[in-house]
Design a protein around this ligand. Sequence first.
Ligand SMILES: NC(=O)c1ccc[n+]([C@@H]2O[C@H](COP(=O)([O-])OP(=O)(O)OC[C@H]3O[C@@H](n4cnc5c(N)ncnc54)[C@H](OP(=O)(O)O)[C@@H]3O)[C@@H](O)[C@H]2O)c1
Length: 854
Amino acid sequence: VFPATGYVEMAMASAAESAGAGPHVVEDFLVHQVLTLRGAEALSVQLILTPRAAGESSFQIFSLEEGNDTAWRLHASGKVRAAATADGDGRARVTEDVQALSARFGEPVPGELYYERLRGLGINYGPSFRGVVTLWRREGEALGMVRPPSELSFARNPSEFRAALLDTCLQVVGGSLPAGREAEELYLPVGFESARVWDELGSAGAVWSHATLRAHAAGAEAHTADLKIYDDDGRLLVEVNGLLLKRAPRAALLAGAELLDEWFYGVEWQRADAPRTGEAGAGLDRPEPGRWLVFDEGRGLGESLAQLLGSSGERCALVRPGDSFRRVSDGEWSIDPKEQEHYRLLLAECGGGGQPLRGVVHLWGMYGEGKEEGKAAASELDDAQELICGSALFLVKALAGLGRAEAPRLWLVTRGAQPVKEPHGWLSLRQSPLWGLGRVIAREHPEFWGGLVDLEGDGSGEEASWLAQTVGGGNGGEDQSALRGGERYVLRLKRRQPARKTDDAFALRGDATYLITGGLGGLGLTVAKWMYERGARHLVLLSRGEAPPSERAREVIEELQGAGTQVVIARADVGRAEQLARVLADVENSGWPLRGVIHAAGVVEDGTLLRQGWESFAGVLAPKVAGGRNLHELTRATPLDFFVLFSSVVSLAGPPGQGSYAAANAFLDALAHERRAQGLPAVCINWGPWAEVGMVAAATNGGRKEGARSSDAGEAITPASGVVLLEKVLMQKWAQVAVLPPGWLRLARSVSGGRASSLWAELAGETRPPRASGGTAAGRDLMRRLEASPVGKRRALVVEYLQAEIVSLLGLDPSKPPDARQGLFDLGLDSLMAIEFRTRLESTFKSPLPATLA
Ligand SMILES: NC(=O)c1ccc[n+]([C@@H]2O[C@H](COP(=O)([O-])OP(=O)(O)OC[C@H]3O[C@@H](n4cnc5c(N)ncnc54)[C@H](OP(=O)(O)O)[C@@H]3O)[C@@H](O)[C@H]2O)c1
């Protein structure tokens, strides 16, 4: 296997040749595909260095097998620049007392033992690469004394010598990985943020390599480390920051698998057994008859459902949208859907009378649904969202207000809103946001979550009884299901392997225009740069223009214009059809026809559903729902090469606090499928979080300047990998794909409090049980201790446990637990932490708790 350090050496050497002797810094380095050398097989390797801004070049390294003159394979990419400009923060070169450093560790391990273990994993280093003489290690940190390769001569071939010595130094990072699964698996360096050579490696005798992990989570798919290499006198020779190590199955290594290919996931509907039958209709498992509320869709389904529920002894009321709060007749209510208070009154009126309110079935998404909905005006779509999502939002608030642990189950039912079976005919786009919203309700309010159900597009006689069974408890633990052709389907996220392309490299056209909505945002600018690198020469970056472009935006635009690209900043709100139409008309008149669209406009507003009003919710929907639809309608007649919708994994995972954003993105998910069905190009990417640029980095950096390095490289997509992944997606025929960094699945499980939706069931085996779900050790022990204690001592134990949880959640000093009478929000608990807190308590006490607990 060609060492990663070999690429770095190539990049530095070519930079020295083109721009003068170093020192140089290599940045955003990424290994795309391992280069495996087999026996006498000859390969051509080519490095392409492209000058960018002053003193900086980007590079790509390809290989070509002998006898094949088209299938170039990309192995590595990055940037290289003169160190003087890169080191703008004026850090001086450091020295370290290496002897004192080694004394901080315990007993050293002879290097031979380390290589012995690697041999056990099937990795045999050649003699030039077996230079770790002694290794000191402890969790999260390792130090190695490394001897230079005696088989190689610096004088004869400095590049070869340096690459081998540097690679050996990188091996030391393996010693810092947590004990456990890591010990049995191979982790390969696949990239780094920056590497700088301070002094020539060949001048030193033995060198010291010191690796520090940024986070210690065991069992992770990826780890990030920082590495410093010193000479015997402790002078810093080389510094590598943000070294990303990824778990690499040996088989994949030998097959030359593309490392980023493992980041793709597909959302698939699969056939499942029918729900339990045998008992008539709903109310399965019920101890006594109860009441139901059906938010009727006015076309007969609600009435059939109510009848079926009634025939099995339940009492059922139909609720219809009207202009006032009114009891129309026995079992029939009318409410004004825009009045939050009406939902509360309704539950108060219908929840009493001795019979428990067992379930609420929301069919209001189906109002106005049908093949004609695509012809409705944009304003109608916005109004429809107020009825569809707004009613679900107000229902959630009213249900949470009941404050009961045994709250009625909420079911959201749509018709034809999911692409269950291909070809799926038409999709009801207007209902699709409910799917994103529902997934967030599931996570914020598991105490009353029932599930999401999608019925057949053109209706079927048995669906009412199927629905009655599903909402009555026969859903087999699935909270997302669909009915098609009388059969039941459930949703799963699965790994997706891209088809190998060995022919043409990806290229954009110099004689066409490409439109990026949200083009002045973090991802938009990154995509704009990438488009230029792939040959685009006319870009339109769309922005509402309420604030002046950021410093980064100005820099990027200047750089692109300086390189001869026409960049137009178009001021328009993508959600306003007339404004977008104006921009598109300008493009048409420019002489450079529109050939590709990237829809990256979006806003996010964090806040749990209980704290959301309709106005802020609608504000988040607008750029994606109205914006997506406008783009779709207004470019329908334009022959586009691609139409890319930037959605988020949030629409699938539904993390707490992102209800409106999940709903907005779920619309884009459906839009991509609908366009495909209409024979139009489209792909929707459910991106995981990006590092360094964009809205997630801005939020996690807590106001730090954009471009600050994120420390969670394994759990976020760096811009360098992001554009490579985008390019890979564009070379596939997918309608929708989730792109998730390796550490993300573990994270997803841990934030879901271990109660991940069945959507993740296929991948469950790949992730570790979440750490957070069980809360602290005190929590896991509590029930046993309570049982063993006299009644009088139990209260103190519970208080002590609650204090420990709060300390762990808020990161307080454990020696100073908060006063038991102090308000939790005064201590700094926010609404998202409150959900996590409640989830922990539920997991400890194995019992649902009301949403208003904290
Ligand atoms: N960053 C991530 O980690 C991540 C992850 C998953 C998905 N995404 C998605 O990727 C896209 C780009 O995200 P980002 O991180 O680059 O966010 P960003 O930096 O906030 O950029 C989004 C841009 O959208 C523009 N915008 C918002 N509403 C608009 C409207 N109605 N009309 C026209 N432009 C509008 C805003 O520009 P103006 O204020 O100038 O109009 C903003 O700069 C978003 O759709 C986001 O949902 C991002």
